[in-house]
Ligand binder design. Sequence first.
Ligand SMILES: *Cc1c(COP(=O)(O)O)cnc(C)c1O
Length: 387
Amino acid sequence: MTEELRGIRDSGRYVPIRALQSPQGPWVSIGGRRVLNLCSNNYLGYANHPDVKRAAIEAIEKYGVGAGAVRSIAGTSELHVMLEEEIAAFKHMEAALVFQGGLLANTGTIPVLVAKDDIVFSEELNHASIIDGVRLSSAKRAVYRHVDMDDLNSQLTQHRSEGRRSLIVTDGVFSMDGDIAPLDKIVEAGEKHDSMVYVDDAHGEGVLGDHGRGIVDHFNLAGLVDAEMGTFSKAIGSMGGFIAGSSELIELLRQRARPFLFSSALNAGDAAAVLKSVQLMKSDDAPLKRLWKNTEELKAGLRDAGYDTGSSRTPITPVMIGDEKKTVELSRMLYEEESLFASPIVYPTVAPGAARIRLMPSAVHSSEDIRFALDAFRKAGSKLGLT
Ligand SMILES: *Cc1c(COP(=O)(O)O)cnc(C)c1O
């Protein structure tokens, strides 16, 4: 362990983990200082929204704090059922199942869809929880190149017959780059090659589509995607995850998904908070518009300052640096000298040599906050000779 830790430090990939002393928001307190927060996934500001907090508090008063059991024994509350109905309706899907987190939704569902005799076509930049889900399934795996439909189609032609069932699995919005999977083309490929399609929409939900309904709505594909996975921990501001799909898929997951059967249920406070956030999303898309306005201002300002923001088409704004040590140093300078909290993203989260600072604007940032961030990047970048 000593050697392994030294290796991480020597490679410049050691990431300091800071503890917040305040709620999530545009500004946070860390170590007694107020810093501008540009690295949380709290896209719509619901993590500290008064109505969402009140819903959680009222649910705790009514239902207590702990679910007390796994969903399949005594842990299912009427709140989970209401939430599942709300999510299915919001997503225009037949049914939905709530999990304790997005990671568990992925690792729990993929092994129900495919097993040893089956094959998975997995996009190369998929989230770690998809990769783990595929590993747990024991299915054969073919990895296709990032958003490369020619490669997906040729791999399907070559390898589809090696599996009984077949599943194409992709992130909707790629979490480290902010680009979008061509889901319409993926659905076509799935139809052509008799493969199910599974999309992880952790960063599309609350961000893409009508009122933030996500990537399936963005491409108008309701009913054509077999499983849409989402998380409640990002735009929705709380905790938990879900799968939306056909009634049969959801029924099967209730009997087979291991995190549903073997890990205790989501707590009432979280379930009620999520329910309230979804109701807010449906009733008012002003925060969504604000999020996109902030995104555009931030990206344009960074480009003007000479930074490369990669291929992002969403609020996820990677500031591409490349070198790990420089990236960690830039983040440290932004934090210590400019009061800007923006974590470095290095290997193994991204490929070696592709280090970056990933900025996450939100609906609760003001235009002044965005200008503050751009100013900080200009100053720290010129000190480091980056721009
Ligand atoms: C964050 C994330 C997850 C995990 O979601 P949690 O609810 O935080 O467990 C899964 N997939 C992707 C693409 C993510 O970005």
